[in-house]
Design a protein around this ligand. Structure first.
Ligand code: ZN
Ligand code: ZN
Length: 565
């Protein structure tokens, strides 16, 4: 253990004591010791207790702590404090411009305990209104959040795609052929490497071009003569640019768009896909599958999981697409915490060519999001009736609600009010730290409520920010199958929840999935793009996609469900 590591532990302990309103004297003693130890040239791991207390700024208490760190590699005080601190609150210490006191205020007084909530609060202007914060601090927090988000070494799908597309524009001007490959092409929900294949007969010249771009920095050690590796400035994610001679381009494109296990699959010819592609490097992907005697698999499904089992009963044309979607079901408006009005949202939905818009604002318990009390539901329903009259028969607003699943698994209104909706999305938003048993029981009890139509974001995860509560996926999906409840694929790139790895199981049980953007503004509808990406990755077919039902089919479905209650 190095001096720096020991000092870091003392500093973090001091910060967390401050966060938890600990004893001021004790905090000061940790801070002073850390400050002074940072200047010492002695190796702290070699010092005895008497030697430690001779150092300036180090009292007996802290000397004991240093010994504990050296001997055990950890500090009990810190472990205890960490156990009481939510992950998201801990992450706030990385934000420039706010210290323990401000973080404490955000957490304790405003209930903000994730980076995402903090960001939303900044974006809505809520933070600037808090005493002691103001417009400037709010902007500083936002700037720092943007920076940190790009620094974690991983990017969410939306950010990675944006970065890839930006670079694609540049590369396309220089090279005769360029394709995005790897995790972005394969629609991974978290991306560690943004990858391209470029066509060039001259890798040296290609590298020279890449290195002439001021915002790219090559990592010479990681690179090879044919693969440029490095980073784009402002991003910690790995950037990998594979050069391919024109005659090898197809093969390189294919090999970099599939998992190893997928490439190792042997077809009826006795050759693997990898062998086939390498033997016929100029052949396009479809032809490679054909030559190997295997059915074609789309890039997003090439995971080496069960794609060839899936292929026995389905073809790529069965997969859901954006164009197959007929309506959008999980959305918010200014009635709860959305940015745009019900009319704006619905009108835009119709402009995009959809047949129905399902409003699902928050329910009454979600007071932080202006959840709807019964009288406001009535107001909303009156407005919907009025708007539907204007829209005529070809487009309809469906009356939904995103009802909180309360701690005991019940929904957030009595039956009379629940009966006034066309459909109900049931989601967990509070008390997220649960054991798998508790969470599963809570979800199943909500699934068993006859008014539940769709189970919303089943685990509550926020990618790269919050893990989500553990659930027994099979038990939850089985319960949905038994009750005819649809499961959401929340299409927000923050969530992508249910995880695509469970789509096949759900389908095998006859459970339909709904690709829901959880849009809080008009532009939010476009998040369905990411939902479609992961849905296809999981093998979701059009006929098992709930919001691929036409308006007529949807109305019939919802009506018959209501009759069964
Ligand atoms: Zn929700
Ligand atoms: Zn929602």
């Amino acid at each position: 253990m190095s001096n720096t590591e020991i000092i870091d532990i003392l500093e973090l302990t001091a910060k967390l004591m401050e966060l938890h309103d600990g004893d001021a004297f004790k905090i000061k003693s940790f801070q002073t010791a850390a400050f002074n130890l940072d200047k010492t040239s002695e190796d702290l791991t070699k010092l005895s207790f008497p030697e430690l207390i001779k150092l300036p700024g180090v009292g007996k208490a802290v000397a004991g702590k240093v010994l504990q760190i050296v001997e055990t590699g950890r500090l009990q005080d810190l472990d205890d404090l960490l156990a009481q601190t939510p992950e998201g609150v801990l992450q706030m210490f990385r934000i420039k411009g706010i210290g323990a006191k401000k973080i404490r205020m955000l957490w304790r007084e405003l209930g903000i305990d994730t980076i995402r909530d903090l960001r939303l609060a900044c974006e809505s202007g809520e933070i600037a209104r808090i005493k002691g914060f103001g417009e400037k601090t709010q902007q500083a927090i936002l700037d720092s959040l943007v920076f940190l988000e790009n620094q974690t070494g991983k990017l969410r799908m939306d950010k990675a795609e944006a970065l890839a597309n930006m670079l694609l524009d540049v590369f396309e001007k220089e090279f005769s052929r360029v394709e995005i490959t790897g995790q972005v092409r394969q629609k991974a929900e978290e991306v560690e490497t943004v990858q391209f294949v470029i066509s060039t007969a001259n890798p040296v010249a290609a590298f020279a071009f890449l290195n002439s771009l001021s915002y790219l920095e090559q990592n010479v050690i990681e690179s090879t003569p044919f693969v440029w590796r490095g980073q784009a400035s402002g991003y910690e994610v790995m950037l990998e640019i594979v050069t391919a001679a024109p005659g090898q381009f197809e093969s390189q494109l294919f090999i970099h768009s599939a998992a190893e296990k997928h490439l190792a699959t042997t077809g009826s010819t006795g050759w693997t896909l990898l062998q086939t592609s390498m033997a016929f490097p100029a052949e396009a992907e479809e032809a490679v599958y054909q030559r190997a005697g295997l059915p074609y698999v789309v890039p997003e499904m090439r995971e080496g999981n069960h794609e060839f089992v899936w292929s026995q009963n389905h073809s790529p044309n069965d997969l859901v697409t954006w164009d197959a979607l007929r309506g959008i079901l999980h959305n918010h408006s200014t009635y709860s915490d959305g940015k745009h009005s019900l009319e704006q949202m619905a009108t835009y939905c119709r402009e995009l060519g959809f047949q129905y818009f399902g409003i699902a604002d928050h329910s009454q318990t979600a007071s932080y999001a202006h959840g709807l009390e019964p009288y406001r539901i009535r107001q909303q329903h009156e407005e919907i009736d009025r708007l539907n009259e204007q829209f005529g028969g070809s487009f309809r607003i469906l009356k939904g609600i995103e009802s909180d699943i309360l701690g005991d698994g019940s929904l957030d209104y009595d039956d009379e009010i629940l009966a006034s909706f066309d459909y109900v999305v049931a989601s967990v938003h509070s008390n997220l730290s649960m054991t798998s048993e508790k969470a599963t029981a809570r979800l199943i009890s909500a699934i068993q409520n006859p008014y539940t139509t769709i189970l919303g974001h089943p685990t509550g995860r926020l990618l790269l920010a919050r893990a989500g509560y553990p659930i027994d996926y099979k038990a939850v999906i089985d319960a949905c199958a038994e009750r005819g409840v649809v499961i959401e694929i929340n299409a927000s790139p923050w969530r992508l929840d249910i995880d695509w790895r469970w789509i096949q199981y759900a389908i095998s049980k006859g459970v339909m999935l709904s690709i829901n953007p959880d849009a809080h503004e008009m532009a939010g509808f476009h998040d369905m793009h990411y939902g479609v990406g992961v849905a296809r990755k999981g093998g979701l077919t059009k006929n098992m996609t709930f919001n691929a039902l036409t308006l007529k089919e949807m109305e019939t479905y919802l009506q018959s469900r209501r009759q069964r209650i």
